[in-house]
Design a protein around this ligand. Structure first.
Ligand code: TRP
Ligand code: SF4
Length: 400
């Protein structure tokens, strides 16, 4: 059966906060029940911007894994690993660099944007230019087809598709490809062979994506094909040559509705975060001192929830009845701001409680986390090595 593989990575550059939970992690937790998933700590990616402060990375790698587990990412369902422990990513990055036009990297929007934004860092480095290509290697090495990412990362996925296509175009050509593909169609048998030709024509003549998907599903299910014939026919479906690397798709993660304490987006750089496992006293204090509608100077001044960051928290955490109570009480000065904040405090603490509990198990016994990561790295390496065998072979690097 054709199974989707989900892959995503996160850079260990700081503690995770509730914005990450509501944006990324809840999504991962859902996906792990639907597909085989690979989630990894992108420590090499972190080094592209933090090469001057490796201690930041060191301090955050393991905490980040604990945050994932605390949020409900389940190591019995998903494979969790650390990028730098699967050195095959680096090998694929190097090999892909041979065919990557400089212009493609230079015109990816994040390249110039980040250089302009992170002015405290010198990002005119080789490593930073290659950031998206390293990401391509992360994805292509597992032949992952679904990549959950935020909007800002979509150009990187598009770029990855172009790299896969270019690779297949250059290395998927073998002498007599068409003849071999035609012979493979015959092996499919009369009925499936005809179906294959039909969907191939529909895709190539009309660009029908559904036909392409149907063709891929058909190949996944056909048992009388060897793996080279199958790859040939995957490639022949789309035109070009043998499909060695698979083109991934971005699975757009909806932006988190979780605001920061000041009403802006929750972000470390705005200093407005509540971290995932922040202790209860600190959470309470932070919410109690949150700014509110500036019109409510005195308790007797009415306010407008729409002008207050606390209201945005109610939109994430409260039911209709509570929201109505806020609307009514704020506009009539019937409730005070501290009163209004209490249900939010309660809801945040309640949300964090199971996370703190789950994390405690790992904090008490760090070996559990080490074991999870060791197992995940081993599984990831096995998968990565399979792809690398094919890549080395077509690039003339088969030993022995
Ligand atoms: N660049 C991603 C980010 O900043 C992290 C990342 C690295 C990633 N490699 C990846 C995401 C592969 C998805 C797939 O968020
Ligand atoms: Fe904000 Fe609530 Fe105070 Fe109104 S009552 S200003 S919504 S905290």
């Amino acid at each position: 059966m054709f199974t989707d593989t989900v892959l995503s990575g996160m850079r260990p550059t700081g503690a995770l906060h509730l914005g990450h939970y509501h944006g990324v992690l809840k999504n991962w937790v859902r996906l792990q029940d639907e597909h085989p998933c690979l989630f990894f700590v992108a420590d090499w990616h972190a080094l592209t911007t933090h090469y001057q402060s490796p201690e930041v990375i060191e301090a955050n790698v393991w905490d980040m894994v604990i945050d994932w587990l605390a949020a409900g990412v389940d190591a019995t369902k998903a494979t969790l690993f650390i990028q730098s422990r699967v050195p095959e990513h680096a090998e694929l990055h190097l090999l892909l660099s041979m065919i990557t036009p400089l212009g493609w990297l230079e015109r990816i929007p994040t390249y110039k944007d980040q250089q302009e934004k992170l002015t405290d860092k010198d990002l005119s480095t080789y490593g930073f230019l290659g950031y998206p290509l390293l990401q391509s290697a992360d994805i292509l090495i597992y032949r992952a087809n679904l990549v959950p990412v935020g909007e800002d990362q979509v150009p990187h996925i598009e770029f990855t598709r172009e790299i896969a296509r270019r690779f297949n175009h250059i290395y998927g050509r073998e002498p007599g490809f068409e003849e071999k593909a035609e012979a493979a169609i015959k092996k499919l048998g009369g009925k499936l062979g005809k179906l294959y030709r039909d969907v191939r024509a529909r895709y190539q003549e009309q660009g029908d994506r559904e036909a392409l998907e149907a063709g891929r599903a058909l190949l996944e299910q056909s048992h009388n094909l060897g793996s080279s014939d199958r790859e040939r026919l995957f490639g022949y479906l789309e035109g070009g040559g043998k499909m060695i690397l698979a083109e991934p798709e971005a699975l757009l993660t909806e932006a988190s509705k979780m605001p920061g304490l000041d009403g802006q987006k929750m972000s470390k750089s705005y200093n407005n975060t509540i971290s995932l496992r922040e202790d209860a006293d600190s959470v309470t204090r932070k919410i109690r001192t949150m700014p509110t509608d500036p019109a409510r100077v005195r308790r007797s001044d009415p306010g407008e929830p729409e002008k207050c960051p606390v209201w945005q928290f109610h939109l994430v955490y409260s039911d209709d009845a509570t929201r109505q109570w806020v609307q009514q009480g704020c506009r009539s000065a019937g409730i005070g701001c501290l009163e209004c904040k209490q249900p939010v405090i309660d809801a945040v603490l309640k949300e964090q409680e199971p996370m703190r509990e789950r994390a405690q198990v790992y904090l008490d016994n760090p070996n559990l986390v080490r074991d999870i990561i060791a197992g995940g790295c081993a599984r990831a390496r096995t998968l990565a090595q399979e792809t690398m065998r094919d890549v080395r072979a077509v690039m003339g690097l088969t030993q022995g």
